[in-house]
Design a protein around this ligand. Structure first.
Ligand code: NIG
Ligand code: FE
Length: 410
């Protein structure tokens, strides 16, 4: 028998997702009915509550004066880590730069040392509160990368902890293997590439939890050729490619992502028109990470150039020890103010765009009929308040599969 899980009624607006002839498909004075955890109907409150009476619902939510939007899909994070790099944030403000810090054994390599020393339980205990924060800020699906192990044992441990977090937490966690995040101190890029292909990837595939394989294709990290070899091997093991591309210099990662049919190319601060065209033609989702540019004091990616060609982009947090924000609302505010996106474009990028970057378009990221009822209810009358009220969490209630999950839901 169908269960009427939830009815959200009398909302000022309900944003369904990207519109066909408007930036957003939305309804005013609206209600949303959830049966068996999925969206059954969205429309005028009277119509919906006639068909789905509020008194029959397990959860009835009066959203008077509030805006209902799809839960955010944060498609790029390195949210599993140990240690504290706040001092590097302060040092960068004092003029040091990210790549020099990494070259001196700090940055990613410092987090690698901390993660190798941490137990699995400590790693999980670090991650779960971050997921609580994300959920409280409206994120209902998040991608998390390994890549702070850089040896087989620790990479497998990270992927295992990511899976445990997915099982224990209401947020859907999507695991990405990123052995190619940096070159470990004990190796060089070429020898480490061989080891990833010969040793790490077969074991990651055998463990069977990772869905994507990502590489940091960057000057002094992994070359285009090394990146191609890792992603090729990943594909042979059933992992879909993703690429950290053109973050500090334009090296060719975007063209590689296009050539390989990657799910996404991420960062793209230095991508040019050829790169944008190649990505669009290959159907690769550009993932823009304005929080990273903000925290590095760098120029933002050219979001307008991607959007004005009619493309779909994703906006994500890039939550990691270098970009320490779990908030999609803040990323959306930066997307608007820093990258010139409209609130509607940024909202679509943080929901449907994120789903597309995770090969989940049509499965989450909108509130169309049949979709999981992953919902954020904004305590303000329109979605514009998400970026307008920057620096503040505007999300009051989160539904995961139609169930209210306030307070972390654990
Ligand atoms: O996407 N650019 C490479 N990787 C991360 C940073 C990870 C770190 O500094 O710990 C990023 O920004
Ligand atoms: Fe990253």
């Amino acid at each position: 028998m169908t269960e009427l899980t939830t009815v959200v009624h009398d909302a000022s607006e309900i944003v369904v997702g990207p519109g066909t002839d408007a930036p957003l498909e939305k309804h005013e004075d609206a209600a949303l009915a959830v049966t068996d955890g999925r969206v059954a109907a969205v429309g005028p409150t009277e119509e919906i509550t006639d068909e789905y009476p509020v008194e029959n619902a397990t959860h009835a939510i009066n959203a008077d004066g509030q805006s209902v939007i799809p839960g955010f899909v944060d498609s790029h994070t390195h949210g599993l880590f140990a240690g504290d790099r706040s001092d590097e944030f302060a040092a960068k403000l004092g003029g040091e730069n990210y790549q020099d810090i990494l070259a001196e054994g700090g940055g990613i390599l410092r987090t690698v040392r901390a993660v190798r020393e941490a137990s699995d339980d400590d790693l999980l205990a670090n991650l779960l509160p971050h997921l609580d924060t994300m959920l409280a800020h409206g994120t209902t699906t998040v991608e998390i990368k390994s890549g702070y192990g850089l040896d087989t044992k620790t990479e497998l441990r990270m992927l295992d902890v990511i899976q445990r977090a997915d099982e224990q937490h209401p947020i859907d966690v999507v695991p990405t293997f990123m052995g190619a995040h940096a070159v470990p101190k004990e190796s060089d890029a070429e020898a480490y590439t061989d080891r990833m292909i010969g040793e790490q990837l077969p074991e990651v595939a055998e463990q069977g939890t990772a869905e994507f394989c990502d590489v940091f294709c960057e000057e002094d990290v992994f070359s285009v050729e090394q990146s191609r070899r890792v992603l090729d091997a990943g594909m042979e093991h059933g992992l879909t490619p993703k690429v950290h591309a053109e973050e500090f210099v334009r090296l060719g990662g975007a063209q590689l992502a296009a050539e390989m049919g990657a799910a996404s190319a991420d960062h793209l601060l230095h991508a040019n028109e050829d790169d944008r065209t190649a990505l669009a033609e290959a159907g690769v989702t550009p993932v823009l990470l304005p929080g990273t540019a903000f925290s590095l004091g760098a120029d933002y990616a050219d979001a307008r150039a991607f959007l004005d060609d009619g493309g779909t982009v994703a906006v994500a947090t890039d939550f990691n020890p270098n970009c320490h924000s779990q908030s999609m609302g803040f990323a959306i505010a930066l997307a608007c103010v820093g990258m010139g996106m409209t609130p509607a474009e940024a909202l679509v990028a943080g929901t449907h765009g994120g789903a597309r970057a995770l090969d989940r378009a049509g499965e989450t990221g909108t509130l169309r009929e049949g979709m999981p009822a992953d919902v954020a209810i904004i305590d303000a009358p329109s979605h514009i308040h998400v970026p307008y009220n920057f620096g503040v969490n505007t999300v009051e209630t989160v539904l995961k599969g139609g169930e209210p999950v306030d307070g972390g839901g654990r």
